[in-house]
Write a protein that binds this ligand. Structure first.
Ligand code: G3P
Length: 217
């Protein structure tokens, strides 16, 4: 499963790169607002750091304007993936951009029916927001399972990019179900490395090692 980092904080992305966990980055207008930075500067900076796809979201609401914004964003760097909301205009824009060879991540997906439309429109990625479904008493992981089945039934190449991830459990379950990508905040990815038994085991190994009086170097 590929890991994308869901942030517009350049320093956090930079800090994760040496671990090999950064296959791409996703941003959205809220994350750009939180960074307090100019979208064009941030996207260019992230694209220069990361080899994989970097999602930059359009803010227009008509198909025509989404295409214009999408083309402009794609012109910033060759690894920009244009993020487009799951609306009818968004589907038309996705279809138009995909026809020009511009990769699109269809975002704000909350149903398998929406995911089917996005695949037919030619989206490179579909972003089901699992945490927001859970927040509303629904089952985000069930949606990932449904989309996996639909896409596998017909051989759609659109990648399932599980988004709105809140926990280690979400990451593990997305991998078990077969999501192609999961995008998560840096804090969730870092937490995945932790386990109380790892901490206890390491403390015991180091204590025993100290008793030997040896050093490897
Ligand atoms: O990539 C979409 C994601 O950022 C949404 O996450 O936590 O705002 O629901 P959240």
């Amino acid at each position: 499963m590929k890991f994308f980092i869901d942030t517009a904080e350049v320093s956090e992305i930079k800090a994760l790169i040496p671990s090999g966990m950064v296959d791409g980055v996703t941003t959205n207008p809220s994350l750009i607002a939180k960074s307090g930075r100019n979208i064009l500067e941030v996207i260019k900076e992230i694209c220069a750091l990361v080899d994989g796809p970097v999602s930059a979201e359009v803010t227009a609401t008509t198909a025509k304007d989404m295409v214009t914004e999408g083309e402009f964003l794609f012109g910033l760097a060759s690894n920009v993936c244009v993020k487009i909301p799951m609306t009818w205009d968004g589907l038309e824009a996705t279809n138009a951009l995909a026809a020009k060879g511009i990769p699109v991540n269809v975002t704000l997906c909350f149903s398998a029916a929406q995911a089917l439309l996005a695949a037919k429109a030619g989206a490179a990625f579909i972003s089901p927001f699992i945490g927001r479904l859970d927040d509303n008493g629904l089952d985000g992981l069930e949606l990932i399972e449904e989309i996996r089945t639909v896409y596998d039934n017909y051989g759609y190449e659109t990648e399932i990019l599980a988004a709105s991830i809140r926990s280690i459990g979400h990451m593990k379950d997305c991998a078990l179900i077969g999501a192609d990508v999961a995008t998560a905040p840096p804090s969730v990815i870092r937490k995945m490395a932790g386990h109380v038994l790892t901490d206890q085991g390491l403390a015991a190994f180091l204590a025993d090692w100290k008793k030997t009086g040896q050093s490897i170097l």
